[in-house]
Design a protein around this ligand. Structure first.
Ligand code: HPA
Length: 274
């Protein structure tokens, strides 16, 4: 018998419910080097991706690959520790599969983090940036193909995929913590190459403040499914600079680790405030 998407999602969701039957309202996607978020969480259940029917399996160093369920600030949350990137060879539909599972589990709000290259010349390595909008640059849209009306409409609006309300809460939390926080447009690329010097210039010219290899497909799927989204980047390198612009994955992870406590504090504040 052929499985359609909704059937697969139902099977994954049923498997999760057989292990953990509470309804998470907030979903969190942890990006590169941002794994400490779960430190302050009362973990109630962990499920490896490999144990979940129809779930893709994570391959990248630094991405562990499990769903973590529990409570933070009294709220039920589900955390994706390890995400799927298009550059790993997954289809766009596989990349967003976990987002759709979160939707089926009852998640209303999605908090997403990532590591990104700084393109705005006023940025420094270690800055944190609230994503106010994105530009999909050569990203394959995950909604291509048959539309599942049960998930969302054929032609979804994308005029405001990032919740203004959550952005303003995040700014006020960052202010209380005395953190400087940037705000900008995230350009999504496929990777896995970092950009050429000319590509960084292109991204700057089209209005990007940062560039990265994740997030955009996830946000599209979440917006399609009617979820509220908030996303933040850690600026891990400055490819836009003419000099000194050789970028390594190690450097990206190191910078992400360094800024991690700030992002984690803002995300925890948001969970409390939502
Ligand atoms: N480009 C694309 N993706 C990235 C970068 C970058 O400079 N830094 C971290 N992720």
């Amino acid at each position: 018998m052929e499985n359609n998407l909704i059937q697969q999602l139902s099977e994954t969701t049923a498997h999760i419910r057989s292990k953990y039957n509470e309804q998470p309202l907030i979903g969190v996607v942890l990006g590169s080097g941002l794994g400490n978020f779960t430190g302050g969480m009362q973990v109630e259940c962990e499920i490896e991706y490999s144990a979940l029917p129809h779930f893709p399996v994570s391959t990248v160093k630094g991405h562990s690959g499990k769903l973590i369920f529990g409570k933070m600030a009294g709220k039920n949350v589900v955390v994706m520790a390890g995400r799927f990137h298009y550059y790993e060879g997954y289809t766009p539909q596989q990349v967003v599969y976990p987002i759709r599972v979160m939707k089926m589990l009852g998640v209303k709000t999605l908090l997403i983090s990532n590591a990104a290259g700084g393109v705005n010349t006023s940025f420094k390595v270690g800055d944190i940036m609230i994503i106010k909008d994105h530009i999909s640059l050569f990203i394959i849209n995950p909604l291509l193909g048959k539309n599942e009306e049960a998930l969302g409409t054929r032609f979804p609006d994308m005029s405001e995929p990032y919740s203004k309300d959550i952005i303003s809460k995040a700014k006020s939390i960052a202010g209380d913590l005395n953190y400087e926080v940037k705000e900008g447009v995230y350009c999504g690329v496929t990777g896995p190459t970092f950009e050429t010097r000319s590509e960084y210039k292109l991204i700057k010219a089209v209005g990007g403040d940062a560039v990265g290899m994740s997030t955009v497909q996830e946000v599209i799927a979440a917006a399609h499914a009617g979820m509220k989204v908030f996303a933040m980047s850690i600026i891990t390198d400055l490819g836009i600079r003419e000099e000194d612009n050789i970028i390594t994955h190690e450097e990206v992870l190191a910078a992400a680790n360094e800024a991690e406590p700030k992002l984690t504090a803002i995300f925890k504040g948001l969970v409390g405030a939502l």
